[in-house]
Design a binder for this molecule. Structure first.
Ligand code: NAI
Ligand code: MG
Length: 503
């Protein structure tokens, strides 16, 4: 509901008579601006974090990180070269051999717990930094990213002194040094997914954040110092693909973990073929969100919107393919259009913003290119008439209807706020269409029938299947894919075991 301060938008012309279904609540009410004002305490320059210290890169090179909401420079970030990556691995190996790898789990737990508590203390500051550097709405970084990051550290702190129960019938031991590379869509959360289980199990880490979103990792390094984590247990080397390749191909790590594009995942796997290294890969997705005619439709519409427009669609498990039962297809489409008209697109720092900035110019171009292909292929496009800021990278939430499986927008990962809608008539057709993809990360099912939920979740080839909800996360629940979406699990007991040696 609009607040008392709300003013009715003058953008949409007044209408008379009985409204058509798609116009029932089609007008956007303007809210007064509600900017988040907490100080993100940014430094103008961020160095590498190696052996417990911030150190300048040996090459002396830095690159700019910008705010994608307005294209302004936020800070300079150190560019790690091979020598720096080497120094980071030496520190990690030393820490594994002398402190962390030998420390009893109950002692490690105290450090991990402290990291979680210190992050909670600085939650607002971290949320603002995450939004400025990455473009996601402040309400998401504040209510999802930062609390979930803390939750992952708490959860794994809880495991560290109970590792004798993690694999019944076995004793477990750490693997050693691990190398990790993460993407830009959930910078802090992906860092927690990688670091928390590794540390709980007794491994040490060299991690590379994504080049567009390094700030919160390097701010977290301040927390690691405040938590008095022994030097070298966690090392951050910032940089782009070349630094990532140096982290993944270095001889020291016994395990590497990667989250990012399927394309880069394949390059890494090829480069490590024939080595003994353990690997986990969390790659792309093209999830089907399947809505049956007995579903609670308004709830499903909210779930569909959350499934694809959450975080600008920069979500590997985004419900980017909507499969709707034919009898309700028109109704669902009308309700979705309604809902899109009242989504707020714009300044990510405004507390009312639903859809913030696209993370980078190349990502915006990729979304634009795929959307153009959808129009050319003959699908019908709907976008609400929202005004976009003149500076920064923004894209209107978009729905394509009349999509067929041969369209690129039905097959390729768009990684933007773009929904492709298809229809089906029978359960078998829904299953076949949902599984007709190279990916297999996640899926959603909306129906009133428990038996149908069970059948669908058994038949859908996806690592996660949500029923009558979407995009729900919990540290206790394992996450990961099938097919080209990768292998290995993060979260839960299964995620921990990917960082353990069974004895
Ligand atoms: P990307 O796979 O290039 O980047 C992910 C991470 O890998 C970044 O930290 C990057 O610096 C690093 N990297 C790049 N090349 C590398 C290499 N040769 N060796 C090791 N590390 C390397 O993804 P990008 O270009 O940022 O996004 C392209 C597309 O990938 C997106 O449009 C989206 O479709 C998909 N993507 C999927 C993600 C997921 O969570 N599954 C996350 C990010 C992107
Ligand atoms: Mg940035």
């Amino acid at each position: 509901m609009p607040s008392l301060a709300a003013k009715k938008s003058t953008r949409t012309p007044a209408r008379s008579g009985r409204p058509a279904p798609e116009l029932i609540f089609g007008d956007l009410w303007e809210f007064d601006p509600a900017p988040e004002t907490a100080d993100p305490k940014l430094k103008s320059r961020y160095d590498l974090f190696i052996d417990g210290q911030f150190v300048a890169p040996k090459s002396g090179r830095y690159f700019d990180t910008i705010n994608p909401a307005n294209e302004r420079k936020l800070a300079e970030i150190a560019l790690a070269g091979r020598d720096d990556v080497d120094a980071a691995y030496q520190a990690a190996q030393r820490a594994f051999d002398t402190t962390w790898g030998r420390m009893p789990g109950r002692e490690r737990a105290k450090y991990i717990f402290r990291i979680a508590r210190l992050l909670q203390d600085r939650a607002r500051e971290f949320a603002v930094a995450e939004t400025l550097d990455g473009g996601k709405p402040i309400k998401e970084s504040r209510d999802f990213d930062v609390p979930m990051t803390a939750a992952h550290f708490f959860y794994h702190a809880g495991w560290a002194d109970k590792l004798e129960y993690v694999a019944p019938g076995h004793r477990v031991a750490p693997l050693g040094v691990v190398g990790q590379v993460i993407p830009w869509n959930f910078p802090l959360l992906m860092l927690a997914w990688k670091i928390a289980p590794a540390l709980a199990m007794g491994n040490t880490v060299v991690l590379k954040p994504a080049e567009t979103t390094s700030i919160t990792a390097l701010k977290l390094a301040e927390i690691l110092q405040d938590a008095e984590l022994p030097p070298g247990v966690v090392n951050f080397v910032s940089g782009a693909g070349e630094t990532g390749a140096a982290v993944m191909s270095h001889p020291t790590p016994v395990k590497i973990a990667f989250t990012g594009s399927t394309e880069v995942g394949k390059i890494i796997m090829r480069s490590l073929a024939g080595t003994e290294k353990k690997m986990t890969m969390e790659l792309g997705g093209k999830a089907a969100n399947v809505v049956f005619d007995d579903a609670p439709i308004d709830q499903a519409v909210e779930g569909i919107v959350n499934g694809i427009f959450f975080n600008q669609g920069h979500v590997c498990c985004a419900g980017s393919r909507l499969l709707v039962h034919e009898p309700i297809a028109d109704l669902v489409l009308a309700k979705l259009k309604n809902r899109l008209k009242v989504l707020r697109v714009g300044d990510p720092m405004d507390k009312n913003t639903d859809i913030g900035a696209i993370n980078s110019k190349p990502q915006l171009q990729k979304i634009q290119e795929l959307v153009e292909s959808g129009v050319k292929d003959g699908a019908e496009m709907f976008q609400p008439a929202c005004r976009l800021p003149s500076k920064g990278y923004y894209f209107r939430p978009t729905i394509f209807s009349g999509v067929t499986m041969s369209h690129r927008i039905a097959r390729e990962e768009i990684f933007g706020p773009v929904l492709s809608m298809l229809t089906f008539r029978t359960v078998d057709e829904a299953i076949e269409k949902a599984n007709n993809t190279a990916y297999g990360l996640s899926a959603g099912v909306w129906t009133d029938k428990g038996s149908r939920i069970l059948k669908m979740s058994t038949e859908l080839k996806a690592g996660v299947v949500w029923a009558n909800t979407y995009n729900k996360f919990d540290p206790t629940s394992p996450f990961g894919g099938y097919k080209e979406s990768g292998f290995g699990r993060e979260g839960g007991r299964q995620g921990l075991l990917d960082y353990a040696k069974l004895i």
